[in-house]
Ligand binder design. Structure first.
Ligand code: SF4
Length: 226
């Protein structure tokens, strides 16, 4: 595992949770703010350590959220989630929608999933840096929506990657696919290792009118500023 935050009130909506960061991600988004978690290597913590912490904090926590990297890369994820549930804790997942079959295996154990849709599907590879990345993302999105698990879909917005028309078009696609809760996260320079994206991020580029049109498509819409 790449990291452990013993307590967070912001990463799992409505829960006081521990956050577990899984090491490894096959994609290479320029705006990634956890690039140290991209290599799949042995991390600083092991699962027994997490379970010991969860047991010590019984009564103080009501959930565990798995994040990354890409948590579904880890073959041990289903067992870890089952152990968390056996403690009576809720389970949350942050995923970039990379592995549909692995997501399918854990979806029945989830109380909430936050998932990234990074770009219009015909522009996907230019954001992830990986050919063919749109297909798994689309399959995961459809699976999550059809499952009925509580969700938040989110897109990181950087002016060099998506323009206003593209983000409006993406919002329309997501709403038509059944996404009900959507968040746009304006690019954050903190932790980003891509100097060109950091340098070109200064200007805002989502007008109030576009924001309002996007918000009207969803039950809940959040605009997260850096
Ligand atoms: S999918 Fe997430 S963890 Fe992987 S490179 Fe992109 S932003 Fe980073």
């Amino acid at each position: 595992m790449g990291g452990l935050v013993p307590f967070t009130a912001t990463d799992f909506p409505g829960r006081f949770a521990a956050a577990v960061f899984i090491q490894g991600c096959p994609w290479r988004c320029g705006y990634c703010h956890n690039p140290h978690l991209q290599p799949r290597q042995r991390g600083a913590h092991d699962w027994a350590e997490v379970m010991a912490l969860l047991k010590r904090r019984a009564g103080l926590l009501d959930g565990v959220v798995f994040s990354g990297g890409e948590p579904t890369i880890d073959p041990a994820l289903p067992d870890a989630m089952a152990e968390v549930r056996s403690l009576g804790l809720a389970v949350g997942l942050h995923t970039a929608c990379i592995y549909p079959r692995r997501l399918e295996a854990v979806l029945p154990m989830l109380d909430w999933v936050g998932f990234d849709i990074k770009a219009p599907f015909d522009r996907y590879d230019s954001v992830t840096g990986v050919a063919g990345s749109a297909l798994p993302a689309r399959l995961c999105m459809e699976m999550i929506v059809q499952s009925g698990v509580a969700h938040e879909c989110r897109t990181t917005l950087h002016p060099a990657l998506l323009d206003e028309g593209e983000i409006e078009g993406l919002a329309a696609t997501l709403a038509a696919a059944g996404v009900r809760n959507y968040a746009i996260q304006m690019f954050r320079a903190q932790g980003c290792g891509n100097g060109a994206l950091v340098a070109s991020a200064a200007r805002g580029h989502l007008s109030d009118a576009a924001r309002d049109r996007i918000a009207a498509r969803f039950d809940n819409f959040t605009l997260r500023l850096p």
